[in-house]
Structure formats: structure tokens, C-alpha cells
Write a protein that binds this ligand. Structure first.
Ligand code: SF4
Ligand code: SF4
Length: 387
């Protein structure tokens, strides 16, 4: 039975944060259970890409500091890193405020560049992943809870997509195409390959709305930790008022026969409803998931596939924000973007809705917009919540 530990914590002020992380790990046996003297430990940060003025997109610098201190205290040889979709880990760590703390602690920020073929022998027979993660004695995963346009949430499992080196991520988006379930199977298999010993998830300040880079800071006031990534993600779904099965990566785990998430043992907080936010905005892409199950009964003539097409959201330029840097063109694996006068045009016939361009535009110049049906449904959903 996987154990998920939860602790309330309202800010990142250091003395209190050290105590909170200590309390969080106590039911799991403390950091010493996960790190032995001499272990080579990689802290897997979230350094998604260089983004302007939205530090909630990243692993919080103080969380990195406290966890790195704990690993060092256990005698671990610690490095921290990621493979951002654009830019370098060193550059993004600087933007995130992690670089000076790492320097003070003597913790190198590493770029995942080494590639190793991992024989998954599952849906994806081979995965080419960061050698730095596969060869580490222990990986400690440090995600922040954020909404995600394609996968709904980025939390414990999705944070390990950084094990795919840099721009190879876009090739995987291409291979999975518009099949989100297939993409989630790949994420689940990456998580199994990396097999983090410990995950410490930060929801002191989460990101809602247009995540994972352009959303809003949403203080939720808690931390979560555990050894089972899917169990942590399933717990987050419950806290956010949704069925865990709605999350693609939970579906992927279940399809692979991993159903341990159904029997989570909680520590620290007995009633998850106590952590439920008064307000949480999902990504606007989640229109389909917003349909209350009861309503489907009255729409028997509408197949899910048709509905997906009618309500699909596509990236569109926000007037006046595009600086024609061209970054989105380089990340689009299907060539659906092209320069068009002062900005960029999206070819919806080619777009597979991976939302990489939206995630990686450093100027937040791309918004996800749908047609009249998705707008109408969001209003309906709002009304439904009020009834
Ligand atoms: S949409 Fe964003 S990433 Fe694309 S060219 Fe414009 S500013 Fe650059
Ligand atoms: S236009 Fe954007 S969302 Fe569409 S396929 Fe290209 S990168 Fe993905």
C-alpha cells in the first residue's frame, strides 16, 4: 500500500520550511531512508524553459535548498538538473533563483545530455533517456503542482518527462500525435524507468489556469511526499475535487496493471477535503473533462471523438505580444506554425494539439482558444458548479 505524506505549509520562509519538510518525510522514514553516505543523488528539478516573469513555472528555489541540504547531511553526493525544452538548465536555474543557492551549497547544476537506451519492453520497447538519471544511485523528484494543457496536471509523473533530452521531447509528441492516452503511457514508462526513490511535491504555491508556464500562482498551502509517483498524482486529483481516473497518467498506470494508487495510505492530513482549494481553474483545454457525467446521458448522439473535435482548443496569437523569435516554429513537430506578417499563423489542419508552442513561448504570446461550443460549455460548467 503506497504511503503519501502531506504537511501544511503556507510559505517558503526558511526555518519553518526546513521543519515542514522534516515533518513531511518523518512518516516515510526521513531522508536517511532514501540516501546513504556516498550515494550519487540527482535532484530532478522542473526547469521547463526560460519564461518571462512566471517563477511559479519552476521548482521553488527554497525547496531545492532544503532538500539539497538534507541530502548533503546524509552524506549524499548531490547534483541537480533537468533538460529544458528550450535554453539550458544553467540559464533556467538562474532565472528560477536556484543557481546562487546551488553555488553556495556546492551543488552543480547539470544539463542532462548523456543518452542511454532503456529497454522498456512495454508499449514503448525502447526509450532514449538521460543517462544522468538512469545511472544515479537515487533520483529525488521535485515537481511543483501545475495545470497542464495536454495532460491536465503536471505533478510527480509528468515532471519526469525531463528525462527525455531537450528537443527530442517534440519528436515524442509527434510519435504520440493527438493520442493523449498514448502519450501518457510513454510518461508512465519513463517514470518506471527513472524510478525516483522519493518525490517531494510542492503545492505551497501551485499553478492553475494556463499551466504549465503561463498560469497563475495559486496558494494551496501544502507539501506532499512519497515513493509512488502515481499515488501522489491520484491524491492530488482527489484534493482538487476530481476522480483520479480522469488523469491520463493514472489511466496509463492502471492499463499497465499498476493499481496501487487505489489504496493509498495517507499521513499528516486525514481528510483530503481540508486541503481542497476554494478556487482552482483547470486549463481551458479541459472542456471535455468539464462535462458532468450525468449530462452525457442526454447526448447519446454525440460520440466522444466528435465532441473532442468540436471543442478542441488551438494555440492562437495574442495581438501585440509576438516578437517573432521563432522558438515556437522550432518546437512544432508537425510544421503547423509559420511566420505570417507581424506574428505567427497556426495551421489547425496540421496541429496535433500537443501545446508545446504554448508551453515554450517565452513571451506568452500564444493562447489556447476554442470555438463557440467550448466557450458555451465553460459557462455551463460554471453554472453547474453553482447549482
Ligand atoms: S509566438 Fe512566441 S515563440 Fe512564437 S515567434 Fe512569437 S514570441 Fe516567439
Ligand atoms: S501548433 Fe503548437 S499545439 Fe499545434 S502541433 Fe504545433 S506545437 Fe503542438
Amino acid at each position: 500500500m503506497p504511503l503519501v505524506s502531506l504537511t501544511r505549509q503556507n510559505d517558503y520562509a526558511l526555518p519553518a520550511l526546513r521543519v515542514a519538510v522534516g515533518e513531511l518525510l518523518a512518516p516515510l522514514g526521513g531522508m536517511k531512508r532514501f540516501v546513504k553516505a556516498g550515494d550519487r543523488v540527482v535532484l530532478k528539478l522542473n526547469l521547463v524553459c526560460p519564461t518571462r516573469g512566471n517563477l511559479v513555472a519552476y521548482t521553488q528555489a527554497e525547496i531545492f535548498q532544503v532538500v539539497a541540504e538534507m541530502v548533503l547531511d546524509c552524506g549524499g553526493k548531490v547534483v541537480a538538473g533537468d533538460s529544458p525544452g528550450a535554453g539550458s538548465a544553467a540559464k533556467v536555474a538562474k532565472i528560477a533563483g536556484i543557481a546562487p543557492l546551488a553555488e553556495a551549497l556546492g551543488v552543480p547544476i547539470i544539463e542532462f545530455t548523456g543518452k542511454e537506451i532503456f529497454s522498456a519492453r512495454r508499449v514503448f520497447r525502447q526509450l532514449t533517456l538521460a543517462r544522468e538519471l538512469l545511472e544515479a544511485d537515487a533520483v529525488v523528484n521535485l515537481p511543483r503542482l501545475k495545470t497542464h494543457g495536454q495532460m491536465m496536471l503536471t505533478a510527480a509523473v509528468k515532471n519526469l518527462f525531463g528525462a527525455v533530452i531537450g528537443t527530442e521531447k517534440f519528436a515524442w509528441h509527434y510519435r504520440a500525435g493527438a493520442d493523449y492516452a498514448m502519450f501518457a503511457r510513454m510518461l508512465y514508462e519513463i517514470e518506471r524507468a527513472v524510478a525516483p526513490r522519493l518525490t517531494i511535491l510542492d503545492a505551497i504555491v501551485a499553478m492553475d489556469g494556463n499551466g504549465p508556464t503561463a498560469g497563475s500562482a495559486q496558494p494551496l498551502g501544502f507539501l506532499a511526499a512519497g515513493e509512488d509517483s502515481t499515488a501522489i498524482d491520484a491524491t492530488m486529483m482527489k484534493i482538487l475535487g476530481r476522480a483520479p481516473e480522469d488523469l491520463y497518467t493514472v489511466q496509463a498506470a492502471t492499463a499497465a496493471g499498476d493499481t496501487a494508487w487505489q489504496n493509498v495510505e495517507l499521513r499528516g492530513v486525514e481528510n483530503l477535503a481540508d486541503l481542497k482549494p476554494t478556487r482552482w481553474r483547470w486549463s481551458p483545454t479541459q472542456t471535455l473533462a468539464m462535462i458532468p457525467p450525468r449530462l452525457w446521458r442526454y447526448l447519446p448522439f454525440v460520440t466522444e471523438e466528435k465532441f473532442r473535435r468540436w471543442t478542441a482548443l488551438y494555440p492562437q496569437i495574442v495581438a501585440g505580444k509576438c516578437v517573432r523569435c521563432g522558438k515556437c516554429l522550432t518546437v512544432c513537430s508537425v510544421g503547423a506554425l509559420a511566420f505570417n506578417g507581424a506574428d505567427v499563423a497556426v495551421n489547425q489542419n496540421k496541429c496535433i494539439r500537443c501545446y508545446c508552442c504554448h508551453e515554450l513561448c517565452p513571451h506568452h504570446a500564444l493562447e489556447l482558444r476554442g470555438g463557440w461550443l467550448s466557450r458555451w460549455l465553460r459557462r455551463l460548467n460554471w453554472l453547474w458548479q453553482k447549482i
